[in-house]
Design a protein around this ligand. Structure first.
Ligand code: SAM
Length: 239
């Protein structure tokens, strides 16, 4: 998938599942029962240490400050928007793609009038980064996961975040988790899995691109799906 493709021809998700994966509860149980202990990769450990220094300095100077985590941030458009919308917060955008993280985002330069500097983008693998955030106990208020890779084939359940070994740690981060996807079933599965970690919430439609909304799309993928006439969905989970 390429977020550069803004021509409005994004294909709708095709899956061989007819509903929630029949192994979902079993897989989540397994990951809750057996903590994920794979060693951390050095590059993510280093990336985390750099971000942790920013977070600790921010918390020292802002005792009531909040941290917002933008996981799978891609080019970081949402990270920049969230930073602007939440000037009191420090926003950390994480993506494993160095190529995406380092790309310029149109409309967000000083010449465009964008001035927020309360954010950082970092290249890291969230399978490790989430565990490091959890261990460091960052006070994350909002945790965004916008348009994660869907992995729609049934056999790829464990590549979806709710089927991953890091699910227990990832869902322990943030008072509120906000997920968006153009695949409703992904969010329905996440919602069901989240019940096992006492997180509850509802799914609604994202209205950022309709005629009555003044909200621009949060991410390039959101823009692409909506220009193609696809519905985008949002799951908001609270403790
Ligand atoms: C479909 S893109 C969405 C990007 C962005 N949120 C948007 O909506 O434009 C999914 C992103 O997740 C990132 N990603 C997938 N697995 C990851 C992992 N284990 N750690 C960090 N980033 C990951 C990919 O590099 C990719 O940029």
């Amino acid at each position: 998938m390429d977020s550069n493709n803004m021509t409005g021809d994004s294909k709708a998700i095709v899956t061989n599942q007819t509903g929630i994966h029949e192994k979902l509860d079993e897989v989540v149980q397994k990951h809750l029962a057996h903590p994920f202990q794979k060693p951390y990769q050095a590059h993510t450990e280093q990336a985390f240490e750099e971000m942790d220094a920013f977070v600790q300095a921010f918390l020292t100077n802002n005792s009531a400050g909040e941290i917002i985590l933008d996981a799978c941030c891609g080019v970081g458009q949402s990270t920049r928007i969230l930073a602007q919308q939440n000037p009191q917060a420090l926003v950390i955008g994480v993506d494993k793609s160095a190529h995406r993280i380092s790309r310029n985002v149109e409309g967000f330069s000083l010449e465009d009038g964008y001035q927020a500097n309360n954010y950082h983008l970092v290249r890291a693998d969230l399978n490790d980064f989430y565990r490091l955030v959890k261990a460091a106990n960052w006070p994350v208020s909002k945790h965004y996961i916008l348009y994660p890779n869907p992995w729609p084939k049934s056999k790829h359940l464990q590549r979806r975040w709710h089927g991953s070994a890091v699910f227990p740690q990832m869902t322990s981060i943030g008072n509120t988790l906000i997920l968006r996807s153009n695949w409703l079933l992904y969010l329905q599965e996440f919602q069901q899995a989240a019940k096992q970690v006492a997180l509850h919430g509802n799914i609604s439609q994202v209205n950022s691109h309709d005629e009555v909304s003044t909200q621009p799309p949060l991410t390039p993928f959101e823009a692409k799906y909506q220009t193609s006439g696809q519905v985008c969905w949002q799951l908001i989970l609270n403790r």
